[in-house]
Ligand binder design. Sequence first.
Ligand SMILES: [Zn+2]
Length: 447
Amino acid sequence: MSIQHWMTFGTFAEQQFFTYPDKNTYNGVVLNANMVAHAPAGLAAFLLEKTNPKTVYMIDPLTHAFQHDPDHIQTKDGNVKSSVLNLAKSYGEIITDLVGKRSLVPGDFDIAHNRKDFVEKCLEFQRTSLAKVMADHDTNKKYLGQTEEQLRPYALISPYFYMKEATVKRWLPLMSDCVDEAVILVKEGEKLFAAIVINEGVVLDDDLITEIANTFSSKKLDGFLIWIDEMDEHDASGRVLKGYLKLAKALRGDEGREIINLHGGYFSILAASGKFGYQYLTGVAHGPEFGEVRGVVPVGGGIPIAKYYIKKLHNRIRYSDTIKYLRTAGFLDNDIIFHARVCNCQECQKTIDGDITNFSLFGESDSKLVKRGTGFVTMDFPTRDTKVRCLKHYLESKKWEYEFADKATKEDLITDLKKGIEEYEKAAGINFVSYLETWEDVLNKGV
Ligand SMILES: [Zn+2]
């Protein structure tokens, strides 16, 4: 079975990229529930008009948003963000009463009928909030003629909460109870997923992995979403990556349930390829905006910098470093060498256009005055065109990665990783490129 390629919706400014490089690139789109609550009509139109009709979608119910410090869901003037408030209202009284005032705790759902009401509302929100609007949308009526049932999400996700090593024992029983309710509420033909959202500490603990897997193993679930807080596959230790695979394998179980990593990179794609003795995952999602790493608790966006995805390194590298690496490796000597050794995607061909000095267009920036303390400093920001070029090249590279991992033999996949080290270790340093060896080692040994 081929690897499902999912992309996470970030902002409407990026909606044109969900058919890039072509309309068959993405199997599915992940949408955040707060955006769905905030802009159902816009998202319905996006799904109908800006994605392939065959592309499915899922709504991340974002139930964990209510367990963090209310500061994270408030605007600067202390009000709850309207999108989160709308979502809270959809989830019922318990959530509406506490949103913006205090953090949700497991005890809030001790009373069974409150819990049932919450699970019911959470599933119903996912089931109907877009499907209804899409069914009534002109584009659907004129061209597609799909029923509301046909327009429902790929799977419904049971309410979930973020767990650290120390809090697994508090949240897991609640998540388990929620899944039990959800199993009863799911309708014929609907898939039900649970989401395991954890920190790296959890995957380093074999007992916790077993406890989580055992909790869900006998339940009627079709699959799981996995999200490891801020895990960057390029920086993660071999132990963390191994723990991640162990968890995925344990959840997949003998039934071969679906496993989708919500924020994964090429390591996850390789783990989903099935070429290393076992198919740990069935799908991998990444976003155009925040790439392949995401923190559970949102933090303010840093200063935007242009990043170029070096295909052989399977990594997005800041432009200034990219230039250094490519120059040292001799890959910027001329356009022919560049296309042969670095990238020959449509965007790179269009940008370079026969003149290698045009590579600078991937890093073109504007200087702006930015207030810092009592004065102003000049800072460089990538231009809109730069961002679009880098993004298009990134998306073409990702499409290539999913297809390559699907079709290549294990030997070809390993050769590709080795080449990344060979070609870039002198330019970037052996410590920097060593993750490629870690990936190979972890996948080869298996769990
Ligand atoms: Zn390219």
